[in-house]
Design a protein around this ligand. Structure first.
Ligand SMILES: [Zn+2]
Length: 72
């Protein structure tokens, strides 16, 4: 289903995230208050970013961040 450009500027899709560090908001690229642990798996997690005040549903599997809902 890939190939099309996203509606928003997302730079973290499919990129490896740094386990053990704070999760980076895929919308604004800043650190959130969610910490990713090694081998942690998130499925359809509602990540709320206090910086851009938006919520985005993400999944983190195998060190990869995936956005389930690009924008509300
Ligand atoms: Zn944000």
């Amino acid at each position: 289903m890939g190939g099309r450009s996203a509606r928003i500027a997302v730079k973290s899709i499919g990129e490896e995230i740094q386990m053990g560090n704070w999760l980076i908001c895929p919308l604004c690229g800043r650190k959130t208050k969610i910490r990713i642990l090694p081998e942690m798996v998130l499925l359809h997690f509602p990540l709320y970013c206090s910086r851009c005040k938006k919520e985005v549903v993400i999944s983190v599997v195998g060190n990869k961040l995936k956005i389930e809902t690009p924008e509300a």
